[in-house]
Design a protein around this ligand. Structure first.
Ligand SMILES: Cc1ncc(C[n+]2csc(CCOP(=O)(O)OP(=O)(O)O)c2C)c(N)n1
Ligand SMILES: [Mg+2]
Length: 378
């Protein structure tokens, strides 16, 4: 049986099954590539149950469900607040992709650094940035994690090593390489996990970052969230090669595709990839295959995909509904458990909104503070 490789997947020949359940005692599923419909074995890669799955006890499984629900409910409220003009500017929802941030974040420690994109509310919440400071940031209040200066796209929290939030497609990749270089040069143990959309692979920064990270053996975990679309452009309309792992392996970087709608698969794959990075082997690339259920941002008529396509993903692959069903199948979740979780989450979101409402606006006199140098050059 082939194990998770510590070298480029192209050297690996795996058996014909991909397992999407780990330590939960249910039958293995054959997973198909969502673009071609081929069994993933066609791509000669495999995720299988392994040692990393041992801590999947009931408490941890319920925690994963709770974390995904925190993101879902928080963002559903954000959409309402946006319509009510309480949140302004841009707003990109992560709904549908929650399993990626929640699963992968379990494999990262407080020593590690996170870099994300403008679709980063879920990553910030899963990393431990408080819902209150995120909501206040979206309201533009001083109590926000970026003092109300960044808004939805620029969440930042040094205390949790959450280095943003970045509006520039691909902009986080060189930052992650720099953070990892600093950690390496200063002998710190951290891994830098860099989340970015598949749209970033069209950017020069992606290729420069891949190259340098391998060349300098930097501790970067590249987490590509492939949700098939970059705004209104489908991947196949912009890339001649749509297998993104091949792009990483062309830089001699080990790469692995992950079912991004399966929180256990996301955690397991990230555990193993992070372990490889921590061992000093250099960077790793994970391609999380996922899907966003909502529009790209709040202004998007979604003419580039059909309603049927979206409905099918929601019906068959919702990471929360499918996980809920798997837990119930295993008698690990009851209605009471779910109600307790939902009530806690609702209370947390309500507190976040109250905190943001009660927050303070920055005085107009401070508007240029941190924008221009406080001292004039002599
Ligand atoms: C350098 C740059 N070019 C273009 C844009 C405009 N833009 C904003 S989001 C986006 C799509 C990015 O898609 P992807 O990387 O797949 O992330 P997703 O939104 O799907 O999470 C584009 C082109 C930008 N912000 N930065
Ligand atoms: Mg995308």
């Amino acid at each position: 049986m082939c194990d998770f490789p510590s070298f480029a997947f192209r050297a690996v020949v795996c058996p014909a099954r991909v397992w999407s359940t780990y330590g939960m005692g249910v039958a293995p599923l054959v997973q198909t590539h969502w673009r071609t419909g081929n069994a993933l074995s066609h791509y000669r890669r495999i995720l299988r149950p392994g040692a990393a799955a041992t801590h999947f006890d009931r408490n941890h499984l319920l925690f994963l469900l709770r974390e995904m629900l925190r993101i879902r409910r928080f963002e559903e409220k954000c959409a309402e607040l946006y319509s009510a003009a309480q949140i302004r500017g841009f707003l990109h929802l992560y709904i549908g992709e929650e399993a990626v941030a929640v699963g992968s974040m379990q494999a990262l420690s407080t020593d590690d650094a996170i870099v994300a994109t403008y679709r980063e509310h879920g990553h910030a919440l899963a990393r431990g940035v408080s819902a209150q400071s995120i909501m206040a940031e979206m309201y533009g209040k001083q109590e926000g994690c970026s003092r109300g200066r960044g808004g939805s796209m620029h969440l930042f929290d040094a205390a949790t090593r959450f280095y943003g939030g970045n509006a520039i497609v691909g902009g986080g990749l060189p930052l992650a390489v720099g953070l990892a270089l600093a950690d390496k040069m200063q002998g710190r143990p951290g891994v830098t996990a860099c989340f970015f959309g598949e749209g970033a692979v069209a950017e020069g920064e992606f290729h420069e970052s891949m190259n340098l990270a391998v060349l300098w053996k930097l501790p970067v975990l590249f987490c590509c969230e492939n949700n098939l679309y970059a705004m209104g452009t489908a991947l196949k309309r912009s890339e001649s090669e749509v297998d993104l792992c091949l792009k990483a392996t062309s830089y001699e970087m080990p790469a692995w595709p992950v079912d991004g709608m399966d929180v256990i698969a996301c955690e397991t794959a990230t555990q193993r990839a992070a372990q490889a990075v921590r061992s000093g082997a250099g960077p790793y690339f994970l391609e999380f295959r996922t899907y966003r259920f909502r529009a790209h941002s709040m202004y998007d008529p979604q003419l580039y995909r059909t309603k049927d396509e979206v409905e099918e993903w929601k019906k068959k692959r919702d990471p929360i509904a499918t996980f809920d069903a798997r837990l119930r199948e295993q008698q690990l979740l009851t209605d009471d458990d779910l109600k307790r979780i939902e009530d806690d989450v609702a209370a947390e979101v309500a507190q976040a909104i109250a905190f943001a409402d009660a927050g303070t606006w920055e005085p107009v006199t401070d508007l240029t503070k941190f924008v221009y140098s406080e001292r004039s050059p002599s």
